[in-house]
Design a protein. Structure first.
Length: 224
């Protein structure tokens, strides 16, 4: 059974001076999830925000908070992000030596567990933890900055991930360079959750966010 198509705007591209209002606006505009990019300036070359910010804005939306940890090590902070209100916690396969242990820890906190793969990391890195997973996040840019261009070679990687997942109830998410043009490619390849930052938040108003989300969603409608 195919999984529902979900749009997860990344608040990395929101106006941080009014972050709660931005989340409320994108929620009303049709977001399915709220994607939170956490960067540490160590695992990736940028610093964004941590658990206290997520906790502060958690009340702005009842939608799923999809928290993507681009940090190393991640394990010491899993409890903090769970307590802050994360619904899904995604760690990178490359960020620590014991991926299976990290995924068990996330589920023990009562949260859904995700794993992310950088563009240069093969899907074989997650072959032996598939039954610990609720979500696989395929990076279609190198992590660390918003607004980068989509890496086309990732489309075939998504197909391979989809084949690896088989009939398991795992969401396949794609993050990086998602626009109406690239969204269709990744959905055709097997993705069902699309993270979009600048493509959603351009325009700076709830009306523009709705139009941007609709454009991405409409572009993915595959002919039967």
């Amino acid at each position: 059974m195919s999984r529902p198509l979900l749009i997860a705007p990344s608040i990395l591209s929101a106006d941080f001076s009014k972050l709660g209002d931005e989340i409320r606006a994108v929620d009303r505009a049709g977001a399915d999830w709220i994607h939170c990019d956490v960067m540490d300036g160590h695992f990736v070359p940028n610093i964004t925000y941590g658990a206290p910010v997520i906790k502060a804005v958690r009340g702005a939306s009842k939608k799923i908070f999809d928290v993507h940890l681009m940090i190393a090590p991640a394990d010491p902070y899993l409890g903090d992000f769970a307590a802050a209100g994360a619904d899904i916690i995604t760690v990178h396969a490359e960020a620590g030596p014991h991926l299976d242990r990290s995924l068990q820890a996330i589920r023990a906190l009562g949260k859904k567990a995700g794993v992310s793969l950088n563009p240069g990391t093969p899907e074989s890195a997650i072959e032996y933890v598939l039954d610990r997973l609720d979500l696989i996040l395929v990076m279609s840019v190198n992590p660390g900055f918003g607004g980068q261009s989509f890496i086309p070679a990732v489309v075939e990687k998504i197909r391979r991930v989809k084949a690896l997942v088989g009939s398991r109830p795992i969401d396949i998410e794609v993050d990086g360079g998602i626009t109406p043009e690239t969204a269709r490619q990744v959905v055709e390849a097997g993705a069902n959750v699309l993270v979009a930052g600048s493509a959603v938040f351009k325009g700076g108003s709830e009306q523009s966010y709705r139009a941007n989300i609709d454009a991405i969603r409409n572009a993915t409608r595959l002919e039967v």
